[in-house]
Design a protein around this ligand. Sequence first.
Ligand SMILES: [Zn+2]
Length: 401
Amino acid sequence: MPKKGLLMDGVETKNLGDLDSGTEISQPAAQIKLLADWAYENLPAQSITTESDIKLQNRREQALHEFEEELQNPESNFHKFVIWVQNFLNDYSRGKMYDEDKPLLDLCRGYKFNINTEQAARRGWAGPVHSFDEFIDGGIDEQKIWYLVRALRINNGYSEYLQGDSQTEFIGFTDGNDYIDKDYTNIKDVTTEVFGKDLLKKCAISEVSLLSDTVNVQLGQEEFFLKTEDYLKLKQMSREIAPDINIADYKYRAFSDQNWNDPKSGYNFFPTPIRLLKIIDEDLDDKNKFPYLNGFDEAEKTRLYKLGTLFHDIGHHIYFYLLDSQKEIQWQALINKSGHLTNYSSRYSSGIAGDKVKYDEEFSEAIRIYITNPKFLIDNYGDIYKFLETNFPDINPLKTV
Ligand SMILES: [Zn+2]
């Protein structure tokens, strides 16, 4: 019987969503604070969450609630399942195996364990963990039992989702029949054409929404969703009171939340949204920053960068759902050899990820370039191109070059 209170042990509740900014971690803190204070005082009252966040947070809390309710109900299948998993793990770690344990063992062996060294260390396991046998290595404890229960439950939800007929919705791109931003014209068809219906379904994206006049800026712990005009005011003020920071570096361009289905924080599977914010104030002409946009005309650079931001975030979903342990190991070896693919991923790694390579960030950048300028990848990162072409033959790069 699971003990009461056991549930929350080892459960991380913080937001594990991906934040795409490239913000450096060594922020000149005093100037950041000055600027955040100024924004609070002088700009119109801003919401610190979007509606989408709230909806997702509600879903997540509901999932936790359901998880706890089922757990308390000794008649529920879930309750029986938890006990089955516990007994199975106990048997397995003692070197015993019964016939009724076999299906669970198969399920566990088929499950994609991708726990990096850092995550494993936080749980007191030896890492990295890529397979059930590595997971079980060193014995079992309550954290492992709960990890596995959540993993199998989420996996089950994902399988059910794949059998259903829900599709990714595209929200906020049109006003009547007109596209608000012509760079996103026919965005649903374009995206479906690029990834294919089947692959897109496996990415489990509930919706792609465009917040077309919203600039997201995060200053220290403070988060602002600003109208364009307010962003420009903030930028103007930053030159005066925070000359050491470049406000454009604190901008977030998109959010994805596929990590909420990671068993280290999730309880139930649900498809998650991608939110695109306004793209503004980018140095797309900077050849060092954006070498893969070099050679396109002004308008095309902007269009490809906007679409590329969506493709990048879909890339996170592909990495999360579709790169199995073996492929992930291959991918990491390729990146170790090639180094950072873009200025963005290099800044991301030296910032938020604190010098550690964020392999999924590199992967998302690779997907962006593979689709928007495959020739750049062929010419500069042939192995990476080959990896994507071989493993994701369904992806059709845009015909841009
Ligand atoms: Zn990213």
